[in-house]
Design a protein around this ligand. Structure first.
Ligand SMILES: NC(=O)c1ccc[n+]([C@@H]2O[C@H](COP(=O)([O-])OP(=O)(O)OC[C@H]3O[C@@H](n4cnc5c(N)ncnc54)[C@H](OP(=O)(O)O)[C@@H]3O)[C@@H](O)[C@H]2O)c1
Length: 248
């Protein structure tokens, strides 16, 4: 990887985003790490202290106006233009169409879909205008639930289906300007995701029993690192990874 590149990672207070920011810092990158929980970001910064990279924490709710633009400005203020954006902020929603809580539908669509659309617009338009042959990467964390319809979590899954289509559309829009847009589709990852979504942990224990060992966040972070490590003329556009024993 070009260690000179400046990275922005959303969802950096927990799980996949956190593991990615930590990995980047271990590689010596300068990282703007964003999430709502500042105390968790401060903990990440403390753990990375003394290592080769630098992490600057930015408390941000990605559903608020211009959230992505403010992260680009934070990078610029600290060091210069960002060239890597890893979009890992998101959350789940348990339940079927009949069984999920309708009062939570708007919230999940807002964070997983509308805010992602705005982030893609902001990072896409910023990265495409840079006149450089160096790699610029937008890496989006989708889901196997956005690839395979499941009656178990269709509301969450449909936000990921929608995001997958946006990622491919943005790839087509900006590839000519040398910007790589990559979708990563993990299967089950044990992270803060299950608690934040309010999963039935008995159900999740059965999933773990059937499909485990599950992925850990760093398995996905290592995939992100592999993607952004490719030479500038090589683009991996879509990677799916699952626990070996996960059937669908
Ligand atoms: N875990 C899985 O099984 C799995 C599988 C496939 C895909 N994914 C996807 O992977 C991504 C990361 O999930 P994870 O497993 O790492 O879950 P996680 O541990 O719960 O992390 C989610 C991150 O998103 C942030 N976030 C949530 N809402 C936000 C908002 N409105 N504004 C800013 N940040 C927000 C959270 O930070 P704050 O709460 O501090 O804001 C947290 O840092 C999500 O898009 C998820 O859909 C997860």
């Amino acid at each position: 990887m070009d260690e000179e590149r400046i990275a922005i990672v959303t969802g950096a207070s927990s799980g996949i985003g956190r593991a990615t920011a930590a990995r980047f810092a271990r590689r010596g990158l300068r990282v703007v790490a964003a999430a709502r929980r500042k105390d968790a970001l401060d903990q990440l910064v403390a753990e990375a202290a003394g290592g080769p990279g630098t992490i600057v924490p930015v408390a941000a709710d990605m559903t608020t106006p211009r959230a992505a633009g403010k992260l680009l400005e934070a990078a610029e203020r600290e060091w210069g233009p960002a060239a890597v954006a890893v979009l890992a902020a998101g959350r789940g929603l348990p339940g079927t169409i009949l069984g999920s809580d309708p009062l939570r539908w708007a919230e999940i669509i807002e964070v997983n879909y509308l805010s992602m659309l705005e982030q893609l617009r902001a990072f896409g338009s910023d990265f495409r205008q840079r006149e450089t042959a160096a790699a610029r990467d937008i890496v989006v964390i989708g889901s196997t639930a956005g690839r395979q319809v499941s009656a178990a979590n269709p509301v969450y899954g449909s936000t990921k289906f929608a995001v997958h289509s946006l990622v491919e559309a943005l790839r087509q829009e900006v590839c000519g300007d040398g910007v790589r847009v990559t979708l990563i589709e993990p299967g089950f990852v044990r992270s803060g995701f299950q608690d934040a979504a309010g999963y039935d942990m008995q159900w999740f224990a059965a999933v773990t029993e059937e499909s485990g060992p599950l992925l850990v966040p760093d398995d996905v972070a290592a995939t992100v690192e592999f993607v952004v490590d490719r030479p500038a003329h090589v683009h991996l556009d879509d990677i799916r990874l699952r626990p070996t024993r996960q059937r669908i």
